[in-house]
Design a protein around this ligand. Structure first.
Ligand code: MG
Length: 395
């Protein structure tokens, strides 16, 4: 069971940290990968307010292992109760894991399961390396030799933890082992892992910062080491190019923004050459052909279609194949009109359509010094590059 319904306010991140990508993959999906060879299925406890975030990673989760969703309540205890209630009678042992600990290894999962099978309740813990004091009244130094920092996953016979949650209020408990202990069950301790850190603060999510345990290391340590191209996040790059003719009597639409001009682009759709170049770049990065293949101009359904709709469909398509758009950079080649003052609106429109941060969307404009068909104002050309991350390969 993965507990992912907390708000993680200490992280200061704009979204639930369980969904915030680190090294190209969010902690929740990485946890699922860790468990997939060690559990028959998973229950993912999320808050209803995170349904939208989960929808983005659902195609990836669907490929990793069988799971069901349980909607959490106000507190962690409510979430765990909800998850436990969703388990079938066939489930005898359950591991409860914080989705913010994505670097858990298969060895640790096996260790807690084995101990729980024997004792009914088991938690991983590591020795404390910092000096620890009690700051309640007078500062008192504690003997760290007897102290342990508790981690997850914590494993239990389902009947034990379900009864414990039913009999104990669980308010004020910060883990499941303490709930079992309060209900009178002895709890076994197994050796945890120093690398099994709990992602808590924003700096631990910084783009480009090396993860505490790269995916390759996770699998190098797993019980059955495997080459893992299937699981490695891969960055791909795509390129797109499009040209449309400038004619009288048409609106000029570029990157979804209507630009005032005496002429517009001719085409079956709104003829937004910049949007078409971007769609082709995204499809190209996913090796999924081009927009002519997916939205043929022979199909009346696409007559006059606002190309923003095409972009949204293209993004949905690549996301359904496990890709995420990282960034895009578009260059529009037009002798006239001047594009500069519309670039902000264009970037916002594209970012919104692709559901990515506007800081990862670039639009530039250039003339061609009156050379060629662009220079003669016969048409407008657009070039686009983008990069995608493929979270699960081999799809
Ligand atoms: Mg076109």
């Amino acid at each position: 069971m993965l507990a992912a319904s907390g708000r993680g306010t200490r992280s200061g991140l704009p979204i639930n940290k369980a969904f915030f990508p680190v090294d190209g993959i969010c902690p929740l999906a990485r946890c699922l990968i860790a468990f997939r060879e060690h559990a028959q299925g998973a229950v993912i406890c999320i808050s209803e307010s995170d349904e939208g975030e989960f929808a983005k990673i659902k195609p990836v989760c669907d490929l990793i292992m069988p799971y069901r969703i349980a909607y959490g309540g106000e507190t962690r205890a409510d979430s765990v109760r909800s998850g436990l209630a969703s388990l079938g009678d066939e489930c005898e042992l359950v591991a409860i894991h914080d989705a913010a600990r994505p670097y858990v290894t298969g060895e640790l999962i096996e260790r807690v399961f084995a101990a729980a099978e024997e004792s009914g309740a088991a938690i991983p813990a590591i020795s404390v390396t910092d000096t620890v004091v009690s700051a309640e009244e007078d500062v008192r130094y504690l003997n760290r030799d007897n102290l342990r920092a508790v981690q997850t996953p914590q494993a239990f016979r389902k009947s034990i933890i379900a009864e414990a949650y039913a009999s104990v209020g669980a308010d004020g408990f910060t883990d499941d082992g303490s709930v079992a202990a309060a209900a009178g069950h002895p709890v076994a301790i197994v050796e945890g892992e120093q690398t099994n850190i709990k992602l808590t603060y924003a700096h631990q999510f910084c783009r480009g910062e090396p993860p505490a345990r790269p995916l390759s290391a996770t699998f190098a340590h797993s019980r059955e080491p495997r080459a893992s191209p299937w699981l490695a996040p891969t960055v791909t790059v795509g390129f797109g190019y499009d040209v449309h003719q400038l004619v009288q009597g048409r609106a000029l639409v570029l990157c979804g923004v209507t630009v005032p001009h005496t002429r517009g682009l001719l085409g079956h759709s709104d003829a937004d050459a910049a949007m078409h170049a971007l769609c082709d770049a995204i499809l190209g990065a996913a090796s999924l052909g081009d927009i002519g293949k997916h939205f043929p101009d022979s199909d009346p359904a696409y007559g006059g279609i606002y190309s923003v709709e095409l972009l949204k469909r293209v993004v949905n398509l690549v996301e359904s194949r496990g890709f995420r758009v990282n960034n895009a950079d578009i260059t529009i080649a037009a002798q006239r009109p001047k594009i500069a003052k519309y670039i902000g609106d264009m970037r916002n429109k594209l970012a919104e359509s692709m559901r990515i941060d506007v800081n990862y969307v670039s639009v530039k404009a250039t003339t061609t010094e009156r050379l060629g068909f662009v220079g003669r104002e016969e048409g407008i050309a657009a070039y686009a590059v983008c990069s995608l991350t493929h979270l699960v390969g081999g799809v």
